[in-house]
Design a protein around this ligand. Structure first.
Ligand code: PHE
Length: 346
């Protein structure tokens, strides 16, 4: 029995010495000293020994148990200390290294302009409405007094989707949708994306408009002039000259185009001594809005009585306003999302 105990002691001590993790050590503890451990079983077998051998054997086994327990504890704290040291070394942070910065995002310049436009109209009591980008022919054209095969359709060439639907060419269909579902008085603006078959430095197949309209019992052209003049002087400057020019839209009568004094040459039409201003092409004016009194025919389409209600409507291109405000000469810059461009508006 002594020989086999020596062998057991040697084996276990070796394995303790070679163990490198807390779990390994715990497994060894269970294997030798656990309830069914090898040493535990030997201790339990003591009672079967002849009584004269029992004391010596018992003493030897107990001494072995204490020795193994001590070595297990020792090894355990050594392994713990080692892994702590390793962790400290591996997780060391050099607080003198320069940090890595989070890039801060910013609002897109077009969103900034849309928000600014909304703000001014919000101040005059307008509410915001929206409509679908994919429209039907009726809301985009017909109810706006642009019949099928009418030459007025040439003004707005668009993209057709399946079953007669199309990408809206302007935000005006939201006038129709709103009036179909509500009764005057109405004071609404409609920001949104629109689509046209156009693509060059100043035209994009997708761009943004803000539409607006006011409908009530006695809305007059003077209301249109007042609201839009106030708006333009808020967005540009209080001194900006504003000009109303007769024009044509199928859904307004009379119609007007509204110009502001050129922001670049200040209205002189000249750049320097005797060069013409490139932005207003020498005219001194920049076209900025389409507008007019809502056509009686449009009121009939939505079931309003044109003898009882009147109203005005207007529409503007957001990109054009942003380009004029910031002196940007290529519309594509808005969509390329080059951070060097975008950062200038933060
Ligand atoms: N919908 C017109 C366009 O896109 C603009 C407009 C809106 C004109 C409302 C008059 C009234 O060109």
């Amino acid at each position: 029995m002594n020989d086999s105990l020596d062998a057991l002691e040697g084996e276990i001590l070796d394995r303790i010495q070679q163990s490198n993790s807390e779990t390994e050590i715990e497994e060894l503890r269970v294997e030798t000293l656990g309830r069914k451990g090898r040493l535990t079983l030997l201790l339990r077998a003591l009672k079967d020994l002849p009584s004269e051998e029992r004391p010596r054997a018992g003493e030897r086994l107990n001494q072995l148990r204490r020795a193994l327990e001590a070595r297990l504890d020792e090894r355990l704290s050594a392994v713990k200390a080692q892994s702590r040291e390793r962790a400290l070394k591996e997780e060391q942070v050099d607080i003198t290294l320069p940090g890595s910065r989070w890039e801060r995002g910013g609002t897109h310049p077009l969103t900034l302009v849309i928000d600014e436009i909304i703000d001014v109209f919000w101040g005059m009591g307008f509410e915001i409405a929206r409509g679908p980008d994919i429209e039907d022919d009726y809301h985009n054209f017909e109810a706006l007094n642009i019949p099928k095969d009418h030459p007025a359709r040439d003004m707005q060439d668009t993209f057709f989707v399946s079953d007669g639907r199309l990408l809206r060419t302007h935000t005006s269909p939201v006038q129709i949708r709103t009036m179909e579902s509500r009764q005057p008085p109405l004071q609404i603006i409609v920001p949104g994306a629109v689509y046209r078959h156009d693509d060059d430095a100043t035209h994009s197949p997708m761009f943004h408009q803000v539409e607006g309209f006011m409908v009530d019992n006695h809305i007059a052209f003077s209301d249109l002039k007042g609201v839009l003049t106030h708006f333009l002087r808020q967005v540009f400057s209080a001194e900006t000259g504003v000009r109303f020019r007769p024009s044509f839209f199928p859904f307004t009568e009379p119609s007007a185009e509204i110009d502001i004094q050129c922001l670049i040459c200040g209205g002189h039409g000249k750049a320097g001594e005797d060069q013409t201003c490139r932005v207003c092409k020498g005219t001194g004016w920049l076209e900025i809005l389409g507008a007019g009194m809502i056509d009686p025919q449009v009121f009939r389409f939505v079931g309003y009585d044109p003898e009882k209600v009147s109203g005005f409507a207007f529409g503007m291109g957001v990109e054009r306003i942003a380009m004029l405000k910031h002196g940007i000469d290529d519309i594509r810059l808005f969509y390329q999302n080059d951070v060097r461009f975008l950062r200038q508006f933060g």
